[in-house]
Design a protein around this ligand. Structure first.
Ligand code: PLP
Length: 405
């Protein structure tokens, strides 16, 4: 077999991504190794997906056991892992019913369709307006990218689905003014992840809940990135004490195996009658078996408390680094979804700093052009945290002297 080279990417793949020059081939816990055997500390967690790091032994066991048992039946047949996971999600959340799919975009697509269908069933087809927020990210299908608040992601893909409006995030007054009885749903992230790691204000989420109640609209909370322990509660809505009608969960749910879910109350779920929506792979036995194991581990109090402890520890160091080198003006976000906001001189250089970090052997993410995003495994060890932060400090130091030279 020919050795796989990075330039195959440019020769064989559609050019919609710009992956790093190195190709990782193996991961264990919070460490990753590339083709050359170079080791990296993983502070990105596969974009907040690898909630329990790489190759967690209990997840590998759940996956291989299911892989030896039953792979796929389609939704024509129910499977034990899917029913077990659905029951687990219902026990652990506000929700009564679950719809499975394979990605965050699909979970949101189902949520938005469900909200429209619910309004259609109960209030008539004029109630179709969806309120969403600037800089929000909900996925890349045409409906979800239209609900998202980044115009450049929609550009050139029209005609787009209609009756979707974008309002400034955390602006209760704008929301109150825009609301009306023709609104069928509001879709919101408790922490805008891709949009710069910006947490919703408590009063803003409460206002969404109140206005939805006043106008018979559904509150959809997009927990694709914040869910599964990422912010220190199993789902972020618990931290805020604001209960949605529909919740979507994906990234961390399978700990790296693709599985996603749309959760709702029984009354709302009733609008997805037989034949109204579907997915061939949604609820596939391997994804569901892994996800149940992820939930068992993460929902344990020790792990959730550990997220908050790691947050304080990492935030403290990041603030120190920020001050020492004058690079970060703020460290924001919740739990282990952290955004380091670059100071004025370094605006627009998040990608360069990410590259500098990679050169020093620590993998981080960006959230927009001026925010460095850190979303490690929820159970990353103190040793890996310390080593990762040391490498990050070297990267920042190099980055600054290179740029000043
Ligand atoms: C990543 C993300 C999505 C999209 O998930 P995919 O699995 O890439 O389709 C949707 N919403 C939020 C908040 C996300 O972070």
């Amino acid at each position: 077999m020919a050795k796989v080279e990075r330039d195959w990417y440019d020769r064989y793949m559609m050019p919609n991504y710009a992956p790093a020059a190195m190709i990782p081939v193996r991961g264990s816990g919070s460490r990753m190794w590339d083709q050359e055997g170079r080791e990296y500390i993983d502070f990105g967690g596969g974009i907040a997906v690898n909630a329990l790091g790489h190759a967690h032994p209990q997840l590998v066991a759940a996956l291989t056991e299911q892989a030896n048992r039953l792979w796929h039946t389609s939704n024509v047949l129910a499977t034990e892992p899917a029913l077990q996971l659905a029951r687990r999600l219902v026990e652990l959340t506000f929700a009564d019913r679950v719809f499975f799919s394979n990605s965050g975009a699909e979970a949101n697509e189902a949520a938005l369709k469900l909200a429209r269908r619910y309004a259609f069933d109960h209030h008539g087809e004029e109630k179709d307006r969806i309120l969403a927020f600037e800089n929000a990210f909900h996925g890349r299908t045409l409906f979800t990218v239209t609900a998202g608040g980044q115009a450049n992601y929609r550009q050139g893909f029209g005609p787009l689905p209609g009756s979707i409006e974008h309002l400034p995030f955390n602006d209760t007054q704008a929301l109150t003014e825009a609301f009306g009885d023709d609104v069928c749903a509001v879709i919101v992230e408790p922490v805008q992840g891709e949009g710069g790691v910006i947490a919703a204000d408590q009063t803003f989420l409460e206002a969404i809940r109140r206005l939805c109640d006043q106008h018979n609209a559904l509150m959809i909370i997009d927990e694709v990135q914040t869910g599964v322990g990422r912010v220190g509660t199993l789902y972020a809505y618990e931290s805020f004490g604001v209960i949605p009608d529909i919740l979507t969960t994906a990234k961390g749910l399978g700990g790296g195996f693709p599985v996603a879910a749309t959760l709702s109350t029984a009354h709302v779920a009733d609008s997805l009658k037989v034949g109204t929506h579907g997915s061939t792979w949604g609820g596939n036995p391997m994804g569901c078996a892994v996800a149940s194991t992820v939930l068992d581990i993460v929902s344990e109090q020790g792990v959730l408390q550990g997220v908050l402890d790691r947050r304080s520890r990492i935030e403290r160091s990041l603030r120190e680094l920020g001050e020492k080198y004058g690079v970060f003006s703020d460290v924001r976000g919740l739990g282990l979804l952290m955004g380091c906001v670059l100071t004025e001189p370094w605006q627009g250089k998040a990608r360069d700093l990410m590259q500098a970090a990679q050169d020093e052997g620590v993998f981080v993410l960006v959230a927009g052009a001026s925010v460095l995003r850190i979303a490690p495994s929820l159970i990353i060890s103190e040793e890996d945290i310390a080593e990762g932060l040391e490498r990050l400090e070297r990267a920042i130091s190099n980055f600054i002297s290179a740029d000043n030279a």
